[in-house]
Design a protein around this ligand. Structure first.
Ligand SMILES: [Zn+2]
Length: 251
């Protein structure tokens, strides 16, 4: 099965904007899509409160943007993962709540009944993206879904930023060949993300790559990771990796 052949596609991403950057064309092609966002998109410690009043209002604005962006893809809607107490998972902290997040993802998928799930590739770039990779694998295994991944960003050995390329070569990689209309719509989707304007501008709108996930591969992030709030700034990166491993192997 190719990712484009999905009839009901669950797009599982960490943050509002990941889906439009990575899958904005794909979302226009599939008959029905549900985007599931994993975290609240409002990391503490970056002075966001000053600009938006509170982390909560910043988060709310990001999800307003997602709603507007996804309306442009016509057949897409979104849901958010919930903790057991009904709150949202905090940005950058998903790795600490994997079992709870997995329960939420699987129960959303059981209602939507997708035939495929597409999510982040494991990149060692953003820790929430990497957590989503593991959660998507878990949901795909639990519900016997086809599982696909897409690349966003990471750093290579020399410290160069790499965008929208997989970190290694594997079979089955495809690139969508978007039409001008699809690109125009994707640009409109991305333009809805005003709070993320600078980040969104770094990506190319006519590149969308996907490939099937056959084996679960994850490990140490690259040494030159330097994205804000991701692996680099984590003094606990070893324990975060340990959490991934415990989740994957069911303790
Ligand atoms: Zn993201």
């Amino acid at each position: 099965m190719l990712v484009e052949d999905a009839k009901r596609l669950l797009v599982f991403v960490a943050h509002p904007d990941d889906e439009s950057i990575g899958c904005g064309v794909l979302l226009q092609r599939v008959p029905a899509a549900l985007v599931v966002f994993a975290v609240d998109g409002a990391p503490a410690g970056y002075g966001i409160e000053g600009k938006f009043g509170s982390l909560k209002s910043y988060s709310a604005e990001r999800f307003n943007e997602a709603g507007r962006a996804l309306r442009l893809a016509r057949n897409s809607s979104f849901r958010r993962l919930n903790t057991r107490s009904g709150t949202y998972f905090p940005d950058r902290q998903l790795f600490a709540h994997l079992e709870e997040a997995a329960d939420s993802l699987v129960s959303i998928a059981r209602v939507f009944l997708p035939d495929a799930i597409v999510s982040h590739s494991y990149e060692g770039g953003h820790i929430d993206h990497d957590a989503c990779y593991l959660l998507a694998k878990h949901a795909a295994d639990t519900l016997s879904l086809e599982h696909f991944e897409f690349p966003l960003y990471w750093k290579d050995e020399t410290g160069q930023d790499v965008f929208q390329k997989f970190r290694n070569t594997q079979e089955g990689e495809i690139s969508l060949n978007p039409s001008q209309t699809e690109i125009a719509t994707k640009n409109k989707m991305l333009a809805e993300y005003q709070t993320q304007r600078d980040i969104v501008a770094m990506f190319s709108t006519n590149v969308e790559k996907f490939r099937p996930v056959r084996v679960c591969e994850y490990g140490e992030p690259s040494r030159n990771f330097s994205y804000p709030g991701t692996w680099r700034s984590r003094r606990d990166s070893r324990s975060a990796l340990q959490r991934f491993s415990e989740f994957r192997h069911g303790r």
